[in-house]
Write a protein that binds this ligand. Structure first.
Ligand SMILES: [Zn+2]
Length: 261
């Protein structure tokens, strides 16, 4: 079932279905559907994402599947005991082909973009706004002043971190591999009036971090999962924070979904 239109999540303006992510006001667009309700007995007899194909926007011939979705909910009795819960259920998204829940969204978004004529795709992995707010409030309320961010992307989380340290005259050092991403972050930070609070350090994470002067009193890790263990070790024991106070706190969005060693 194809979407009927795109609707702005902030100002409710409607847009034609097409290759655009954002409204003119800058907020993300949601796809809206107007088709008939789909009865439960029309769902497919399979246990992955494509069980829900009658509710999804792709035609059967457009589906390309690597087995995404259908991830199980597991009982975790020992973890429950450790944490003091009576019972604890964990949804194992690691069984998706990418190792994260994002496989489901991308399995629909990529073929859908292709049907709309896209020849190439770029994506950013910004924090959800609520997560960014919690992060920023923690940084601000605990009076952190110099934060190391690993993984700038387009500077969305950097904006929140810069906002958080600004009242105390703090600074963010944000590391990214891509010069193009740093150019985007630079523009976004300027627009928000927060550019002066941020140093953008471009290059391979591990190399750049080894050259940085600390001390940092918080580390926010938001880079790719494969380099997470080595960079994280470096950020916590390398030159960058060897002069910081012991026990520099570190927050990692991706640490929750590292592959098992
Ligand atoms: Zn809008």
């Amino acid at each position: 079932m194809r979407p009927a239109y795109l609707e702005c999540s902030a100002c409710a303006k409607r847009h034609e279905v097409g290759l655009r992510n954002l409204c003119d006001c800058g907020a993300p667009l949601f796809a809206r559907y107007e088709g008939p309700e789909v009865a439960r007995d029309r769902l497919r007899p399979r246990s992955d994402l494509w069980r829900y194909a009658p509710l999804l926007p792709l035609e059967d011939r457009e589906i390309v599947s690597r087995g995404e979705g259908g991830t199980p909910i597991l009982h975790a009795p020992r973890l429950a005991q450790d944490l003091g819960f009576r019972d604890l259920l964990v949804k194992d998204e690691g069984r998706n082909p990418t190792g994260t829940f994002k496989a489901r969204g991308m399995a629909v978004a990529v073929p859908m973009a292709k049907t709309r004529g896209a020849k190439a795709l770029g994506r950013t992995r910004n924090l959800q706004r609520a997560t960014a707010e919690v992060l920023a409030l923690w940084i601000r309320s605990s009076h952190r002043r110099h934060v190391l961010e690993i993984g700038t992307s387009n500077g969305y989380s950097t904006l929140w971190l810069a906002w958080a340290v600004q009242p105390g005259g703090g600074r963010i050092t944000s590391v990214a591999r891509s010069a193009a991403k740093h150019a985007l972050a630079d523009a976004n930070l300027r627009q928000a009036g927060l550019r002066d609070a941020v140093e953008l350090a471009q290059g391979e994470g591990a190399e750049v971090i080894a050259r940085l002067d600390g001390p940092f009193d918080a580390v926010f890790f938001d880079a790719d999962r494969s380099s997470a263990p080595s960079i994280s070790r470096l950020a916590s024991v390398g030159r960058s924070s060897s002069r910081s106070t012991h026990g520099t706190p570190s927050v990692a969005k991706v640490r929750l979904c590292w592959p098992s060693p």
